[in-house]
Design a protein around this ligand. Structure first.
Ligand code: GAF
Length: 385
């Protein structure tokens, strides 16, 4: 597993000197609130202990040179040519952040570039925001090195713009918010419209609970495919209902929505409206009655994504059903869908049994073996060395 020190050592091996600093940012799990962020809604993720580290030193010229432990060849771009038309591939996450800084008003003229080396233990394509972890680690590093003094809120928007504009994935900003605002032991209750991100204690450990991630290894891409299509359905639904965004609707509007909208658009809208209500309820319940009381909300969220938003896949459904059958308090798919991971909230002493049961169920169904691991709510982006 990489660490700040191993990342600095890898940098020194390549560049012949230690980096001036190492920064890191985490992946995230979303506890509840899916496809609500780009609808101005409510989301309740937490940062996980799996992180991306960025070892960085300034250069004398205008080149940004990026190496990753996974891909040893350096990718290079000039600070004069960082836009989406100049960069592609995984390094777009890095160059995209610098481009987005320029788009949001950071003056890039007269600045010098960097050498960056990245390491990570956030699994790729598992729906745990490996991309946001890269963006946020780099944004934090550049903010410090160039002494920009940008707020975490501004870094969220910069990293979201990198994802939308440079990588081309039409996402909201849940992932970047969780990665930048995470607090150990807490979920981050995000109200996208109000631009707030408040820590809420989760108390999993105090209640002898663990949060299992079941990575189905069905890979998903948000730059292509169903994610953008779902987003357009939400925008069409809001417009047909005469509101600026689905955040303006409540469950009381659903009977009218059923009359106004076609069946598919109605079910997309229903998911988002009911999911916002479930997020608000989850935050209330976890604070008042503790995490054991949120199971039904997690289960209802999964059903809504499976039946109304239609973003689950058989592997995610099987992971959820098996975990629940083995006594999980709640379980649901997490992230954008069409693959990726499910989560299960479970008594710590049953976690291993549940993991084995899911592996067996996948083998019986002829699915690729899943990867099952525990995650803990962790701190957001920071400087390590
Ligand atoms: C992905 C996106 F990046 C987020 O912005 C969010 O929309 C999520 O899917 C679905 O809730 O992680």
């Amino acid at each position: 597993m990489p660490s700040p020190e191993s990342t600095a050592a890898a940098f020194a091996d390549v560049h012949g000197a230690r980096p001036v600093g190492v920064w890191s940012a985490p992946g995230r799990v979303n506890l509840i609130g899916e496809h609500t962020d780009y609808n101005d809604g409510l989301v309740f993720p937490f940062a996980i202990e799996r992180r991306t580290w960025a070892a960085v030193s300034p250069r004398q010229d205008r080149i940004v040179s990026v190496r990753s432990g996974a891909m040893p060849d350096a990718a290079e771009a000039s600070l004069d040519a960082l836009g989406p038309e100049h960069v592609d591939g995984w390094s777009a996450y890095v160059f995209g952040v610098l481009w987005a800084m320029g788009e949001r008003g950071v003056d890039l003229t007269g600045r010098t570039g960097f050498d960056i080396l990245l390491t990570s233990d956030v699994p790729l394509g598992a729906g745990l925001s490996s991309s946001a972890a890269i963006e946020c680690a780099v944004a934090q590093a550049v903010n410090d090195l160039w002494e920009l003094g940008l707020s975490r809120r501004e870094l969220i928007y910069i990293c979201q713009l990198a994802e939308n504009g440079a990588v081309g994935a039409p996402t909201g900003n849940m992932d970047q918010t969780a990665s930048l605002m995470g607090v150990a032991g807490h979920g981050v209750l995000i109200d996208v419209r109000a631009e707030t991100a408040d820590p809420v204690a989760l108390h999993f450990g105090d209640e002898d609970l663990e949060l299992l991630v079941i990575d189905t290894r069905v890979h998903h891409e948000h730059a292509t495919g169903g994610y953008g299509e779902r987003r357009r359905s939400c925008e069409d639904g809001a417009s047909a209902m005469g509101v600026g965004s689905l955040r303006d609707l409540t469950e009381g509007d659903l009977p009218r929505a059923a009359e106004v909208l076609d069946d598919v658009t109605f079910r997309r809208v229903k998911h988002v409206v009911t999911e916002n209500a479930r997020v608000a309820r989850t935050a209330e319940v976890v604070a008042k009655d503790g995490p054991r009381a949120i199971g039904d909300l997690l289960v209802a969220s999964h059903a809504s994504m499976r039946d109304d938003f239609e973003i689950s896949v058989p592997e995610l459904d099987l992971a959820v059903e098996t975990a629940l059958a083995k006594g999980a308090i709640g379980a649901r798919m997490t992230g954008g869908g069409f693959g990726g991971a499910a989560i299960a909230l479970i008594d710590a002493n049953r976690a291993e049994e549940v993991g084995h049961a899911v592996e067996q169920a996948f083998a019986d169904a002829g699915f690729t073996a899943p990867i099952v691991f525990v995650v803990n709510p962790s701190d957001g982006a920071h400087r390590d060395l």
